[in-house]
Design a protein around this ligand. Structure first.
Ligand code: PAF
Length: 283
């Protein structure tokens, strides 16, 4: 497994692979790899001739007062995990390599980036879209893999790729969960043991909301309000809990069939996000 820190070297290697007719799959990450990331990497590996993983804690997607400085950086452990998956290359750029001082361009997927997490983390999705666009331009993969836990991020990346005609197929991979249902996330490491007992309640509340939607007995706003109340009583500070259309992430109507329930809530200083999809065509 090659570990590459410069754009020039990365380009040389992927150009060589491309000339040899090899297909490239890519998984962008911020490191601190857990089983969810490894599932993405394994999916990438099995889909292509070559697999590239980036590890870059992207400063532009963190707001003021967020956890950029304390975000877990565990490169040596990450390398061992990636080596075990048979990944071909890890791209580990510095901030200066990704953002030269004279860089002026920001990618913004308007509208979609202002909803939900965008309301609570202004500018976050511009940071995500810009870095993902740059990484896709650098690696020029045939396929790139993202987790479904970050449902809004995935929607924004798909739209960016479509709008900018970036020649890559975006694949999504199901959220990996602990046995108690908690979605795997690098930020789970911030949770105290007491908070770790409460955290699975977020997914349980999403599952309950799905049952209520499928039962078709209550208006969606009632289900949302009940869910917020349950989470609040359990100790969460809820940013949002919303029943949306899965295609555009706007509020769902009773006539919509493909839904996603999106939730973000804080436990102490840790912000957790999760979601569940609901298909009403089969009921
Ligand atoms: O999901 C993440 O880990 C990050 O947002 C990503 C896609 C690697 C961009 O920094």
């Amino acid at each position: 497994m090659q570990i590459v820190t410069s754009v020039v070297e990365l380009r040389e290697i992927v150009n060589r692979w491309r000339k040899d007719g090899e297909r490239i799959a890519f998984v962008p990450t911020m490191g601190n790899l857990h089983a969810g990331h490894i599932k993405l990497v394994q999916s990438a590996k099995s889909s292509s001739d070559r697999s590239v993983v980036s590890i870059f804690v992207n400063p532009t997607q963190f707001g003021q007062g967020e956890d950029y400085a304390t975000y877990p950086r565990t490169e040596q452990e990450d390398f061992l995990k990636l080596e075990a998956t048979g990944s071909d290359l890890v791209f580990l750029p510095s901030v200066a390599e990704m953002y030269p001082d004279d860089a002026l361009t920001v990618i913004s997927v308007k509208g979609l980036s202002d909803l939900h997490c965008g309301e609570f983390r202004p500018g976050h999705f511009n940071g995500v879209a810009t870095v993902v666009c740059k990484l896709l331009n650098l690696v020029q993969p045939d396929t790139a893999f993202f987790g479904q836990k970050d449902f809004q991020q995935l929607a924004i990346i798909r739209k960016m790729v479509q709008d900018l005609n970036i020649p890559v197929a975006i694949e999504s991979v199901e959220t990996m969960r602990e046995s108690n249902g908690l979605a795997m996330s690098s930020r789970n490491g911030y949770l105290s043991s007491e908070e770790l007992n409460i955290a699975p309640k977020l997914y349980r509340t999403l599952c309950d909301a799905r049952h209520k939607i499928l039962a078709k007995e209550k208006p969606y706003t009632a289900i949302e309000n009940e869910s917020v109340e349950i989470l609040h009583t359990s100790g969460f500070q809820v940013d949002y809990f919303r029943i949306c259309r899965s295609n555009d992430l706007l509020a769902a109507n009773p006539s919509d069939n493909h839904l996603v329930v999106l939730a973000a809530a804080k436990l102490g200083r840790t912000r957790l996000i999760d979601n569940i999809t609901v298909n009403l065509t089969t009921v």
